[in-house]
Ligand binder design. Structure first.
Ligand SMILES: Nc1ncnc2c1ncn2[C@@H]1O[C@H](COP(=O)(O)OP(=O)(O)OP(=O)(O)O)[C@@H](O)[C@H]1O
Length: 342
Protein backbone atom coordinates (compact mmCIF):
# COMPACT_ATOMS: atom_id res chain seq x y z
CA UNK A 1 0.00 0.00 0.00
CA UNK A 2 1.40 3.43 -0.94
CA UNK A 3 1.85 5.86 1.90
CA UNK A 4 0.98 9.55 1.66
CA UNK A 5 1.67 12.39 4.05
CA UNK A 6 -1.04 15.10 4.02
CA UNK A 7 -0.43 18.64 5.23
CA UNK A 8 -3.28 19.25 7.65
CA UNK A 9 -4.06 22.87 8.52
CA UNK A 10 -7.35 22.22 10.27
CA UNK A 11 -9.21 23.71 7.31
CA UNK A 12 -11.82 22.15 5.07
CA UNK A 13 -9.56 21.64 2.05
CA UNK A 14 -6.88 19.56 3.72
CA UNK A 15 -9.47 17.65 5.75
CA UNK A 16 -11.41 16.63 2.66
CA UNK A 17 -8.12 15.85 0.87
CA UNK A 18 -7.11 13.43 3.63
CA UNK A 19 -10.51 11.79 3.52
CA UNK A 20 -10.43 11.37 -0.27
CA UNK A 21 -6.96 9.83 -0.16
CA UNK A 22 -8.03 7.40 2.53
CA UNK A 23 -11.06 6.43 0.46
CA UNK A 24 -8.72 5.93 -2.52
CA UNK A 25 -6.89 3.26 -0.54
CA UNK A 26 -3.71 5.08 0.46
CA UNK A 27 -2.10 4.66 3.85
CA UNK A 28 -2.51 8.24 5.09
CA UNK A 29 -0.73 10.19 7.83
CA UNK A 30 -1.15 13.89 8.57
CA UNK A 31 1.24 16.67 9.53
CA UNK A 32 0.44 19.96 11.22
CA UNK A 33 3.29 22.47 10.99
CA UNK A 34 3.61 25.36 13.39
CA UNK A 35 4.76 28.00 10.94
CA UNK A 36 4.31 31.61 12.03
CA UNK A 37 4.19 32.81 15.61
CA UNK A 38 0.85 34.63 15.72
CA UNK A 39 -0.27 34.48 19.39
CA UNK A 40 -3.05 31.98 20.06
CA UNK A 41 -3.15 30.73 16.46
CA UNK A 42 -1.76 27.23 16.86
CA UNK A 43 -3.94 26.34 19.84
CA UNK A 44 -7.03 26.79 17.68
CA UNK A 45 -5.74 25.39 14.39
CA UNK A 46 -3.89 22.41 15.81
CA UNK A 47 -7.03 21.42 17.71
CA UNK A 48 -8.98 21.60 14.43
CA UNK A 49 -6.33 19.55 12.62
CA UNK A 50 -6.45 16.95 15.38
CA UNK A 51 -10.23 16.82 15.16
CA UNK A 52 -9.93 16.35 11.39
CA UNK A 53 -7.32 13.59 11.76
CA UNK A 54 -9.46 11.80 14.35
CA UNK A 55 -12.45 12.01 12.05
CA UNK A 56 -10.55 10.60 9.08
CA UNK A 57 -8.90 8.06 11.37
CA UNK A 58 -5.26 8.92 10.74
CA UNK A 59 -2.22 9.73 12.83
CA UNK A 60 -1.34 13.42 13.10
CA UNK A 61 2.28 14.49 13.48
CA UNK A 62 3.16 17.98 14.68
CA UNK A 63 6.33 19.88 13.76
CA UNK A 64 7.43 23.19 15.21
CA UNK A 65 9.03 25.03 12.28
CA UNK A 66 8.69 28.58 13.57
CA UNK A 67 12.43 29.29 13.39
CA UNK A 68 12.74 28.11 9.79
CA UNK A 69 9.56 29.97 8.81
CA UNK A 70 10.94 33.11 10.39
CA UNK A 71 14.21 32.81 8.49
CA UNK A 72 12.82 31.76 5.10
CA UNK A 73 9.50 33.61 4.95
CA UNK A 74 8.81 36.15 7.68
CA UNK A 75 12.10 38.03 7.81
CA UNK A 76 12.32 38.25 3.99
CA UNK A 77 8.74 39.64 4.06
CA UNK A 78 9.84 42.45 6.40
CA UNK A 79 13.09 43.03 4.48
CA UNK A 80 11.32 43.25 1.13
CA UNK A 81 8.95 45.96 2.35
CA UNK A 82 11.86 47.76 3.99
CA UNK A 83 13.56 47.66 0.62
CA UNK A 84 10.57 49.43 -0.98
CA UNK A 85 9.40 46.28 -2.79
CA UNK A 86 6.31 44.07 -2.64
CA UNK A 87 6.87 40.58 -1.23
CA UNK A 88 5.21 37.25 -1.97
CA UNK A 89 5.58 35.23 1.25
CA UNK A 90 3.28 32.38 0.13
CA UNK A 91 5.58 31.45 -2.75
CA UNK A 92 8.56 31.32 -0.38
CA UNK A 93 6.62 29.29 2.18
CA UNK A 94 5.53 26.81 -0.48
CA UNK A 95 9.10 26.22 -1.59
CA UNK A 96 10.79 26.05 1.79
CA UNK A 97 8.12 24.84 4.19
CA UNK A 98 5.08 23.23 2.59
CA UNK A 99 7.06 21.52 -0.15
CA UNK A 100 10.51 21.71 1.46
CA UNK A 101 10.41 20.75 5.12
CA UNK A 102 7.29 18.71 4.53
CA UNK A 103 8.91 16.49 1.87
CA UNK A 104 11.84 15.95 4.25
CA UNK A 105 9.36 14.79 6.85
CA UNK A 106 7.64 12.55 4.29
CA UNK A 107 11.03 10.89 3.70
CA UNK A 108 11.53 10.48 7.41
CA UNK A 109 8.31 8.53 7.87
CA UNK A 110 8.77 6.61 4.63
CA UNK A 111 5.88 8.25 2.75
CA UNK A 112 5.88 7.82 -1.02
CA UNK A 113 3.79 10.92 -1.65
CA UNK A 114 3.01 14.32 -0.21
CA UNK A 115 -0.48 15.81 -0.54
CA UNK A 116 -2.03 19.18 0.28
CA UNK A 117 -5.40 20.83 -0.21
CA UNK A 118 -4.02 23.32 -2.73
CA UNK A 119 -6.13 23.97 -5.79
CA UNK A 120 -3.66 23.01 -8.50
CA UNK A 121 -2.95 20.01 -10.73
CA UNK A 122 0.23 18.17 -11.63
CA UNK A 123 1.27 15.39 -13.99
CA UNK A 124 4.55 14.87 -12.15
CA UNK A 125 6.45 17.08 -14.56
CA UNK A 126 4.53 20.33 -14.60
CA UNK A 127 1.91 22.14 -12.57
CA UNK A 128 -1.40 23.06 -14.21
CA UNK A 129 -4.01 25.61 -13.18
CA UNK A 130 -6.82 24.17 -11.08
CA UNK A 131 -10.17 23.26 -12.57
CA UNK A 132 -11.75 25.87 -10.28
CA UNK A 133 -10.23 29.04 -11.70
CA UNK A 134 -11.64 31.13 -8.84
CA UNK A 135 -9.45 29.13 -6.42
CA UNK A 136 -6.41 28.35 -8.56
CA UNK A 137 -3.22 28.63 -6.46
CA UNK A 138 -0.66 27.78 -9.15
CA UNK A 139 0.78 31.32 -9.12
CA UNK A 140 2.01 30.71 -5.57
CA UNK A 141 3.59 27.36 -6.39
CA UNK A 142 5.89 28.46 -9.21
CA UNK A 143 8.93 28.36 -6.91
CA UNK A 144 8.55 24.74 -5.81
CA UNK A 145 11.56 22.55 -6.60
CA UNK A 146 10.81 20.56 -9.74
CA UNK A 147 12.49 17.39 -8.49
CA UNK A 148 9.65 16.71 -6.07
CA UNK A 149 6.76 17.05 -8.53
CA UNK A 150 6.49 13.30 -9.19
CA UNK A 151 5.73 12.84 -5.49
CA UNK A 152 2.93 15.40 -5.16
CA UNK A 153 -0.79 14.70 -5.06
CA UNK A 154 -3.48 17.39 -5.07
CA UNK A 155 -6.83 15.71 -4.49
CA UNK A 156 -8.72 18.99 -5.05
CA UNK A 157 -7.10 20.06 -8.32
CA UNK A 158 -9.93 18.69 -10.44
CA UNK A 159 -12.68 19.84 -8.09
CA UNK A 160 -14.62 22.99 -7.36
CA UNK A 161 -14.44 24.64 -3.95
CA UNK A 162 -18.24 24.94 -3.87
CA UNK A 163 -18.50 21.15 -4.29
CA UNK A 164 -15.98 20.56 -1.50
CA UNK A 165 -18.10 22.72 0.81
CA UNK A 166 -21.29 20.86 -0.15
CA UNK A 167 -19.52 17.55 0.29
CA UNK A 168 -18.26 18.44 3.79
CA UNK A 169 -21.63 19.88 4.80
CA UNK A 170 -23.30 16.60 3.85
CA UNK A 171 -21.07 14.43 6.05
CA UNK A 172 -21.87 14.09 9.72
CA UNK A 173 -18.83 15.19 11.69
CA UNK A 174 -17.51 17.44 8.93
CA UNK A 175 -20.24 20.10 8.95
CA UNK A 176 -18.21 22.37 11.21
CA UNK A 177 -15.33 22.36 8.68
CA UNK A 178 -17.74 23.44 5.95
CA UNK A 179 -18.92 26.44 7.94
CA UNK A 180 -15.46 27.61 9.12
CA UNK A 181 -14.42 30.98 7.72
CA UNK A 182 -12.01 31.09 4.78
CA UNK A 183 -8.41 31.67 5.77
CA UNK A 184 -7.08 35.14 5.08
CA UNK A 185 -4.87 35.96 2.13
CA UNK A 186 -1.59 35.91 4.10
CA UNK A 187 -1.91 33.56 7.05
CA UNK A 188 0.26 35.54 9.46
CA UNK A 189 -1.36 38.93 8.78
CA UNK A 190 -4.34 39.66 11.01
CA UNK A 191 -5.44 43.12 9.95
CA UNK A 192 -3.15 44.93 7.53
CA UNK A 193 0.46 44.27 6.65
CA UNK A 194 1.46 47.75 7.81
CA UNK A 195 0.01 47.04 11.27
CA UNK A 196 2.23 44.00 11.46
CA UNK A 197 5.30 45.75 10.05
CA UNK A 198 5.02 48.44 12.74
CA UNK A 199 6.25 45.96 15.34
CA UNK A 200 9.50 45.47 13.43
CA UNK A 201 10.35 48.58 11.41
CA UNK A 202 9.55 52.28 11.42
CA UNK A 203 6.58 52.41 9.06
CA UNK A 204 5.06 55.79 9.85
CA UNK A 205 7.91 58.03 8.80
CA UNK A 206 6.59 60.89 6.68
CA UNK A 207 8.43 61.77 3.49
CA UNK A 208 8.26 63.62 0.19
CA UNK A 209 6.12 62.80 -2.82
CA UNK A 210 8.02 63.61 -6.03
CA UNK A 211 6.97 63.97 -9.65
CA UNK A 212 9.00 62.28 -12.37
CA UNK A 213 11.19 65.40 -12.68
CA UNK A 214 12.26 65.07 -9.08
CA UNK A 215 10.14 68.03 -7.87
CA UNK A 216 8.57 67.73 -4.43
CA UNK A 217 4.80 67.95 -4.91
CA UNK A 218 3.36 66.46 -1.72
CA UNK A 219 3.76 64.32 1.37
CA UNK A 220 3.35 60.62 2.19
CA UNK A 221 2.89 58.62 5.41
CA UNK A 222 5.99 56.45 5.12
CA UNK A 223 7.09 54.61 1.97
CA UNK A 224 6.18 51.14 3.26
CA UNK A 225 2.50 52.09 3.12
CA UNK A 226 2.62 52.02 -0.69
CA UNK A 227 2.90 49.59 -3.52
CA UNK A 228 3.29 50.38 -7.19
CA UNK A 229 -0.02 51.55 -8.65
CA UNK A 230 -1.51 52.80 -5.38
CA UNK A 231 -3.35 56.09 -5.76
CA UNK A 232 -4.47 56.94 -2.25
CA UNK A 233 -2.99 57.82 1.11
CA UNK A 234 -0.62 60.63 0.00
CA UNK A 235 -1.11 64.28 -0.89
CA UNK A 236 -0.31 66.00 -4.16
CA UNK A 237 -0.58 69.78 -4.09
CA UNK A 238 -2.94 71.30 -6.64
CA UNK A 239 -3.70 67.96 -8.34
CA UNK A 240 -6.84 67.76 -10.43
CA UNK A 241 -6.44 64.18 -11.59
CA UNK A 242 -5.45 61.01 -9.77
CA UNK A 243 -1.79 60.30 -9.21
CA UNK A 244 -0.38 56.79 -8.94
CA UNK A 245 2.75 55.49 -7.23
CA UNK A 246 5.26 54.84 -10.02
CA UNK A 247 8.26 53.91 -7.93
CA UNK A 248 9.49 53.82 -4.36
CA UNK A 249 12.86 55.13 -3.21
CA UNK A 250 13.33 53.41 0.14
CA UNK A 251 16.76 54.89 0.79
CA UNK A 252 15.49 58.45 0.63
CA UNK A 253 11.99 57.70 1.94
CA UNK A 254 10.43 59.13 -1.21
CA UNK A 255 7.67 57.98 -3.51
CA UNK A 256 7.51 59.03 -7.13
CA UNK A 257 4.04 59.54 -8.57
CA UNK A 258 2.52 60.21 -11.97
CA UNK A 259 -0.42 59.66 -14.27
CA UNK A 260 -1.90 56.28 -15.00
CA UNK A 261 -0.30 56.01 -18.43
CA UNK A 262 3.10 56.44 -16.81
CA UNK A 263 2.48 53.22 -14.89
CA UNK A 264 2.51 51.16 -18.03
CA UNK A 265 5.17 48.51 -18.25
CA UNK A 266 6.44 46.75 -21.37
CA UNK A 267 9.55 45.00 -20.07
CA UNK A 268 10.57 43.20 -16.90
CA UNK A 269 13.69 41.46 -15.69
CA UNK A 270 13.51 38.47 -13.41
CA UNK A 271 16.00 36.98 -10.97
CA UNK A 272 16.18 33.62 -9.21
CA UNK A 273 14.26 31.72 -11.84
CA UNK A 274 12.64 28.37 -11.24
CA UNK A 275 11.89 26.73 -14.58
CA UNK A 276 10.22 23.39 -15.24
CA UNK A 277 11.65 23.06 -18.75
CA UNK A 278 15.03 23.85 -20.32
CA UNK A 279 14.04 26.26 -23.09
CA UNK A 280 16.14 29.40 -23.24
CA UNK A 281 14.14 31.61 -25.62
CA UNK A 282 10.43 31.32 -26.24
CA UNK A 283 7.05 33.03 -26.60
CA UNK A 284 4.54 32.41 -23.84
CA UNK A 285 2.21 34.16 -21.38
CA UNK A 286 3.16 35.71 -18.06
CA UNK A 287 1.20 36.63 -14.94
CA UNK A 288 2.78 39.51 -13.06
CA UNK A 289 0.37 39.54 -10.14
CA UNK A 290 -2.09 37.11 -8.56
CA UNK A 291 -5.62 37.25 -9.97
CA UNK A 292 -4.61 39.05 -13.15
CA UNK A 293 -4.73 37.73 -16.65
CA UNK A 294 -1.59 36.33 -18.20
CA UNK A 295 -0.25 38.53 -21.01
CA UNK A 296 1.68 37.38 -24.09
CA UNK A 297 5.44 37.87 -23.91
CA UNK A 298 8.82 36.94 -25.35
CA UNK A 299 11.33 35.45 -22.90
CA UNK A 300 15.12 35.19 -23.04
CA UNK A 301 16.82 33.25 -20.27
CA UNK A 302 20.44 33.62 -19.22
CA UNK A 303 21.62 31.62 -16.23
CA UNK A 304 18.98 32.14 -13.56
CA UNK A 305 17.78 35.48 -14.92
CA UNK A 306 15.22 36.34 -17.59
CA UNK A 307 14.44 39.29 -19.83
CA UNK A 308 10.74 39.46 -20.60
CA UNK A 309 9.31 41.68 -23.33
CA UNK A 310 5.59 42.13 -22.81
CA UNK A 311 3.42 42.27 -25.91
CA UNK A 312 0.74 44.26 -24.09
CA UNK A 313 1.05 47.15 -21.65
CA UNK A 314 0.66 46.05 -18.06
CA UNK A 315 -0.11 48.66 -15.41
CA UNK A 316 1.38 48.68 -11.94
CA UNK A 317 4.05 46.02 -12.00
CA UNK A 318 5.93 45.80 -8.69
CA UNK A 319 9.48 44.65 -8.09
CA UNK A 320 9.68 41.83 -5.54
CA UNK A 321 6.56 40.17 -6.93
CA UNK A 322 6.49 36.89 -8.81
CA UNK A 323 6.28 36.64 -12.59
CA UNK A 324 4.87 33.26 -13.55
CA UNK A 325 4.93 31.80 -17.08
CA UNK A 326 1.96 29.88 -18.45
CA UNK A 327 1.55 27.97 -21.67
CA UNK A 328 -2.23 27.63 -21.69
CA UNK A 329 -3.00 26.20 -18.27
CA UNK A 330 0.47 24.66 -17.92
CA UNK A 331 2.84 26.48 -15.55
CA UNK A 332 6.30 26.42 -17.08
CA UNK A 333 8.21 28.38 -14.45
CA UNK A 334 8.78 31.86 -13.18
CA UNK A 335 11.02 34.26 -11.33
CA UNK A 336 11.13 37.32 -9.11
CA UNK A 337 10.67 40.74 -10.70
CA UNK A 338 13.91 42.67 -10.22
CA UNK A 339 13.46 45.49 -12.75
CA UNK A 340 10.60 47.05 -14.71
CA UNK A 341 10.62 49.44 -17.65
CA UNK A 342 8.29 51.08 -20.11
N1 LIG B 1 0.12 24.68 9.15
C1 LIG B 1 0.03 23.76 8.20
N2 LIG B 1 0.47 22.50 8.42
C2 LIG B 1 0.39 21.55 7.46
N3 LIG B 1 -0.14 21.77 6.24
C3 LIG B 1 -0.59 22.99 5.97
C4 LIG B 1 -0.54 24.05 6.92
N4 LIG B 1 -1.08 25.16 6.37
C5 LIG B 1 -1.45 24.80 5.12
N5 LIG B 1 -1.15 23.52 4.86
C6 LIG B 1 -1.41 22.74 3.62
O1 LIG B 1 -1.36 23.63 2.52
C7 LIG B 1 -2.63 23.67 1.87
C8 LIG B 1 -2.92 25.05 1.34
O2 LIG B 1 -2.84 25.98 2.37
P1 LIG B 1 -3.70 27.33 2.33
O3 LIG B 1 -3.39 28.06 3.57
O4 LIG B 1 -3.51 27.95 1.02
O5 LIG B 1 -5.08 26.62 2.38
P2 LIG B 1 -6.58 26.72 2.56
O6 LIG B 1 -7.23 26.85 1.24
O7 LIG B 1 -6.94 27.61 3.66
O8 LIG B 1 -6.72 25.16 2.97
P3 LIG B 1 -7.37 24.51 4.22
O9 LIG B 1 -8.86 24.65 3.98
O10 LIG B 1 -6.91 23.09 4.18
O11 LIG B 1 -6.89 25.28 5.42
C9 LIG B 1 -3.63 23.19 2.92
O12 LIG B 1 -4.78 22.64 2.31
C10 LIG B 1 -2.80 22.16 3.65
O13 LIG B 1 -2.78 20.92 2.96
Amino acid sequence: MKKVLVGMSGGIDSTVSALLLKEDGYEVEGLYMKLHSKPGYHEIHLARAQKAADFVGIKLHVLDLQDIFNEKVFQPFIDTYEDGKTPNPCALCNRSLKFGEMIKFADKIGADYLATGHYIKTDGKYFYEAEDDTKDQSYFLFYVNKDILPRLIFPLGERKKSDIKKFAASIKGLESFASQGESSEICFVDTTYTDLLKDYVEVDKKGDVLDTNGKVIGEHKGYMHYTIGKRKGFTVRGAHEPHYVLSIDAKNNQIIVGKREELSCKYVELANLNMYNDEKEFDTFVKLRYRTKAVPCHVIIEDNKAKVVLKEDVFGVATGQAAVFYDGNKLIGGGWISKTRK
